[in-house]
Design a protein around this ligand. Structure first.
Ligand code: HH2
Length: 268
């Protein structure tokens, strides 16, 4: 994914220049990405909100330039917009995005669901406990898997009632969004239950902190967490997950391709 934010936890600031952002998006397509996710608001724990006007300023030029560049070399690669605001999402669709990625699952701005329906755009609905400002303050669940599944069923139902076709409603457990390490592991161990909900599933584990908490002490910086991310990608493929939101495209593409081949051999 492409963060056009000065404060994203792993690559923020490096790509705030439009030219560099477009080049990075193209490089991800070259490495095998099917979708480039563009966002102008960091959702890292404790991050401050960014208003719709500033998000638009950050992402619209990048999306239109990236769409034009992809049309030359990778016409099948799609762009998604990572926002919870329908004004940003609508401008992004006009500029060349075709998928909505809403980490609030339509709760921040109910106009997101209507927009997805009106524009026939697939929408990702993610589970989050609380808001980015507070979500890591002692998150608690009685049964994290059941509660996340119930939330996603409820939000997916709202999207379908707004007119989004079932197959265009993508659900996402929101790894790291209001979850402790054990909560994240419980969800990763139960991906098959998410798949059974009957929607495409997206998984976003890339370079997240729970990996560092498990891995060797030398795995400190986010870019050191590629191996752990690839492990979850392979496990996700085995469980039937469809989409993976990652920073390190080449390594995860390879992990996913091998895992898909093994899965095909198993069922074939
Ligand atoms: N994770 C991040 C941002 N957006 N969207 C979905 N659907 N699922 C996720 O797990 C997810 C997401 C956080 O990662 P990153 O973009 O690297 O950080 P930041 O929010 O600081 O930009």
């Amino acid at each position: 994914m492409l963060n056009v934010t000065p404060d994203s936890f792993s690559d923020g600031g490096l790509y705030s220049d439009v030219e560099a952002a477009v080049a990075h998006g193209l490089a991800m397509a070259d490495e095998g990405a099917d979708v480039i996710d563009v966002g102008g608001e960091s959702t890292r724990p404790g991050a401050a909100r960014v208003d719709a006007a500033e998000q638009r300023r950050r992402v619209i030029g990048v999306i239109s330039r990236l769409r034009a560049a992809l049309d030359r070399d990778h016409p099948d690669v799609l762009i998604s917009i990572d926002t919870t605001r329908s004004a940003v999402a609508e401008a992004a669709l006009d500029a060349g995005a075709s998928i909505l990625n809403d980490v609030s699952a339509g709760r921040d701005d109910p106009g997101m669901l209507d927009l997805a329906a009106a524009r026939r755009a697939p929408i990702v609905l993610m589970h989050m406990l609380g808001s980015p400002a507070t979500m890591q303050d002692d998150p608690r669940y009685d049964d994290v898997v059941t509660e996340v599944c119930s939330f996603l069923v409820e939000r997916a139902g709202a999207a379908e009632r707004a007119g989004v076709p079932r197959e265009q409603v993508v659900v996402d457990p929101g790894i790291g969004f209001g979850k402790t390490g054990p909560h994240n592991l419980a969800l990763l161990a139960a991906l098959d239950r998410l798949v059974e909900l009957g929607h495409p599933v997206l998984l976003g584990t890339s370079r997240k902190r729970f990996i560092a908490a498990i891995a060797a002490a030398s795995v400190v910086r986010p870019p050191d967490r590629v191996g752990g991310t690839c492990a979850t990608t392979a496990l996700g493929v085995a469980a039937g997950v469809h989409l993976f939101r990652v920073h390190d495209v080449a390594a995860n593409r390879q992990a996913a391709d091998v895992a898909f081949a093994v899965r095909a051999a198993k069922s074939g």
